[in-house]
Design a protein around this ligand. Structure first.
Ligand SMILES: *[C@@H]1O[C@H](CO)[C@@H](O)[C@H](O)[C@H]1NC(C)=O
Ligand SMILES: *[C@@H]1O[C@H](CO)[C@@H](O)[C@H](O)[C@H]1NC(C)=O
Ligand SMILES: *[C@@H]1O[C@H](CO)[C@@H](O)[C@H](O)[C@H]1NC(C)=O
Ligand SMILES: *[C@@H]1O[C@H](CO)[C@@H](O)[C@H](O)[C@H]1NC(C)=O
Length: 474
């Protein structure tokens, strides 16, 4: 509408309204509702537990995983993980997909329409239908706690939670571990730092943090649905925001703790104290042994065997598990166990309901904290959803830090609320656009994932410098 076509009085009215009501600017982006998938508590829970531990060991630098290229099929994920997922859109015209949101890895990948293993019954991305897709013809492989995926890299436009990034590099996968993808989930969005990206590509979030966010943060509220007899296969999972925190979901201040590492890799914090039933637990807080990856893509909590043993030593009549439960501990279900973790001054409590993983025989339960031996350069602790369901968690780009805050009553009321429908895919409109800087396209697959802490290899130092340069440009 041209101003000159309006009467002067209307123009003045418009102008005075603008001056009189300085409405706070809406942040770029919107709060994206998440879905979560219930953990499958089948009779074969022992196998699930065993796979959780073996898989997490593989994700964090432990045992190698069979590759299809070596003549075998990819490992099968026999125990479905609980997972939190949201929506993004790929290509031109935009096609929407659900992806697991994983702060413990840094690559984006989706099942491609050529996928011939592990993608049955999930929506797949057909690159030939996107006018903006560019095939990079570079092989891609990655291993997670719950399986592995392989394919080729390409770039295209990606939209998510109100943002759009063009030229984003991601993998279009043609083989995925059976059980890793279950309809409607078609892939995974890694939300950790570029230096651990198997693709070498700048992660979506890092491009946006450097260019488009009002505030350099992304935040999660993750719901808990335990013991709900009416729980659905999919549940309301909470929410994810990029570029702002949602103040209605937490109370008090966000306690931000700077990452203790000089290179950015996983989202790492140093654990400063642990209590069980109010008693302080002796743990190794020296240097890297106290490093914990804060990982939304991991269900439970894994830690060094001695520290985990000291935690269970505070629980009367607990004992180390055997067989499928090796690395886990059993304890009497009628004990309400409250564990707290501190990273800075605040002791954040894990609810007894989250600590209790499963009753495995009459009156005997298995706990959610288990022993884990990670690779030399990976963090010793992996802190997953067992903990993260109990806090509002904020991942801050600059200064690189993770923050936790107490959940608000509004957020707590969503836990176990079966009246909240699992949200449908949410793409929404774009409020800010960016273009990926693909300076590390086709980077080093094997080296990048295994070198992450201060002892890191040269390749990581180079990417850390790139990250620092990006940060200086903010
Ligand atoms: C914050 O969360 C509340 C509760 O889920 C929601 O109603 C509101 O729309 C969110 N705010 C923003 C700015 O997204
Ligand atoms: C990209 O090109 C390679 C051949 O270099 C091909 O194998 C692959 O299927 C292509 N990817 C897509 C998504 O079209
Ligand atoms: C789960 O539900 C059962 C039956 O209603 C109840 O006895 C038990 O205490 C509940 N467990 C938890 C952890 O809430
Ligand atoms: C990847 O890293 C490994 C180990 O550092 C090295 O041997 C290999 O040459 C690198 N490959 C590329 C393509 O840079």
């Amino acid at each position: 509408m041209l101003l000159s076509t309006l009467p002067l009085s209307v123009i003045l009215l418009l102008l005075s309204n603008v001056a009189a009501t300085p409405t706070p600017r809406q942040p770029n982006g919107f709060s994206m509702p998440l879905r979560r998938r219930a953990q499958r508590r089948s009779t074969d829970f022992g196998t699930w537990a065993k796979n959780q531990r073996a898989g997490l060991t593989a994700k964090y630098g432990g045992a190698p995983v069979a590759r299809r290229s070596s003549g075998t099929n990819l490992i099968t994920n026999q125990g479905a993980d609980s997972s939190y997922f949201g929506s993004l859109a790929l290509g031109t015209p935009a096609a929407s997909f659900d992806v697991i949101l994983d702060t413990g890895s840094a690559d984006l990948w989706v099942a491609g329409s050529n996928c011939d293993q592990g993608c049955q019954s999930v929506p797949t991305f057909d690159a030939s239908r996107s006018s903006s897709f560019v095939n990079k013809s570079t092989e891609f492989q990655i291993t997670y706690g719950s399986g592995a995926a392989e394919g080729t890299l390409g770039s295209d436009t990606v939209q998510m939670a109100g943002f759009s990034v063009s030229n984003q590099i991601f993998a279009v996968c043609d083989a995925v571990s059976d059980g890793l993808l279950t309809n409607p989930v078609s892939g995974l969005l890694g939300l950790a730092w570029q230096s651990i990206a198997s693709s070498g590509a700048t992660p979506l979030w890092q491009t946006l943090a450097a260019s488009s966010w009002d505030s350099p943060v992304m935040a999660f509220q993750l719901t808990r649905f335990l013991n709900q007899s009416k729980a659905q296969d999919e549940e309301f999972g909470g929410s994810f925001t990029m570029g702002f925190v949602n103040q209605s979901l937490y109370t008090g201040d966000i306690e931000y703790i700077d990452m203790p590492t000089s290179t950015d890799s996983y989202w790492i914090l140093s654990i400063s104290a642990i209590t069980v039933q109010g008693n302080s637990v002796s743990i190794d807080t020296s240097g890297t042994d106290s490093y914990a990856a804060i990982d939304t893509g991991t269900t439970l909590v894994g830690g060094p065997p001695d520290d985990i043993a000291n935690i269970y030593a505070q629980i009367p009549n607990s004992q180390a598990g055997t067989g499928n439960y090796e690395g886990y501990y059993l304890y009497p279900c009628d004990t309400d166990v409250t564990v707290t973790l501190s990273f800075g001054g605040t002791a954040w409590a894990v609810s007894p309901a989250d600590f209790e993983l499963q009753e495995v025989s009459r009156g005997t339960c298995v706990g959610s904290f288990f022993t884990l031996t990670t690779g030399d350069s990976a963090p010793s602790w992996i802190v997953g959803d067992t903990f993260l369901k109990n806090v509002y968690s904020v991942f801050r780009y600059s200064p690189a830090s993770v923050g936790f805050a107490a959940l608000s009553d509004t957020a707590l009321a969503m836990n176990g609320n079966i009246d909240l429908a699992a949200p449908s895919a949410t793409i929404g409109s774009v409020s800010a656009e960016a273009t990926a800087n693909n300076n590390r396209a086709g980077g080093n697959t094997s080296a990048a994932r295994r070198s992450m802490l201060p002892s890191a290899a040269f390749a990581v130092t180079v990417s850390a410098i790139l990250v620092s340069v990006l940060k200086m440009m903010v």
